[in-house]
Design a protein around this ligand. Structure first.
Ligand code: FES
Length: 275
């Protein structure tokens, strides 16, 4: 017997074909493939709990003129409910909506993220267990994918992308408005910085979207005949490769932005002026 044969692992019974949900041996993988879906699951639950709590608070989402600031939480912007605090909303609002405005506004970013190609992969793996991971049998007996109801609805993603762009424009306006310090003129505070970083990250997340890349370069047979689209496609393609990272960073920062505005608005901390 050679040395190599001496260290060969014991044979593992294998059902070839990877019947979904059926075989006794679900995978031959020996690495810790469950770790990543578990971390994803924990992080998403944490975000969902925080966002739900913040959305139902209906308070402490705006820092206004009495504090010489103009800061609004991204969860509540644009503030279009009848209950919006003075200074936080424009002339257009829904007179009939008296509940927390966040419950209306969050439909867009939530729909955008839920139907996002990356998040689908993340929650299919971590919550639905179908598919669980590469080389691992499904947690369900049947698999219909996204070809029929209800998951065919995921195709709505490109429309949420358009709405998401509108929301990004509004959050960018909020970031610019945050330079206004009522009673003090124009200035720059930590809150301004937070709102600016949040807007930039949301733009990066949006333009790295697969629907955006398709919009730039999809259905094009010859890039030489579509130079502008090619140029945009070349810009968004490397960002698209980082979509997962941008998804997590922007998700985390949007919650931190809400938290920061909330802490300032409730008087727990003050918003330091930088210049
Ligand atoms: S694919 Fe993730 S936002 Fe579009």
């Amino acid at each position: 017997m050679s040395t190599q044969e001496g260290i060969r692992p014991a044979p593992v019974p294998l059902v070839l074909g990877g019947a979904r949900g059926g075989p006794k041996v679900k995978t031959l993988r020996r690495d810790s493939w469950k770790r990543s879906p578990l971390i994803t699951q924990g992080y998403l639950i944490l975000f969902i709990v925080y966002a739900t709590w913040a959305a139902f608070q209906n308070s402490n989402y705006y820092v206004g003129a009495s504090s010489h600031r103009d800061l609004i939480s991204p969860f509540y912007s644009p503030c279009i409910g009848a209950s919006c605090v003075p200074g936080s909303r424009g002339s257009f609002y829904l007179h009939w909506w008296t509940f927390s405005p966040a419950l209306v506004i969050l439909i867009v970013p939530l729909g955008f993220r839920i139907t996002c190609y990356y998040y689908r992969k993340a929650y299919y793996r971590s919550f639905w267990h179908s598919p669980q991971a590469c080389g691992v049998a499904d947690g369900h007996k049947k698999y219909t994918g996204e070809t029929r109801f209800p998951l065919i609805i995921q195709n709505i993603h490109r429309y949420f992308f358009y709405l998401g762009i509108l929301l990004n424009i509004m959050l960018t306006v909020d970031a610019v408005v945050a330079f206004r310090m009522p009673g003090e003129g124009i200035g720059f505070s930590v809150g301004t910085l937070v709102l600016c970083v949040n807007a930039v990250l949301l733009w990066f997340y949006s333009i790295s979207c697969h629907a955006c890349r398709h919009l730039c370069g999809g259905h094009v047979n010859e890039f030489s005949k579509h130079r502008i689209r090619h140029r945009f496609w070349k810009i968004v393609t490397p960002l698209n490769a980082k979509h997962m990272q941008l998804a997590w960073v922007s998700l985390t920062f949007v919650a931190l932005t809400d938290l920061y505005v909330r802490l300032v608005a409730s008087g727990v901390i003050t918003d330091p002026k930088i210049f």
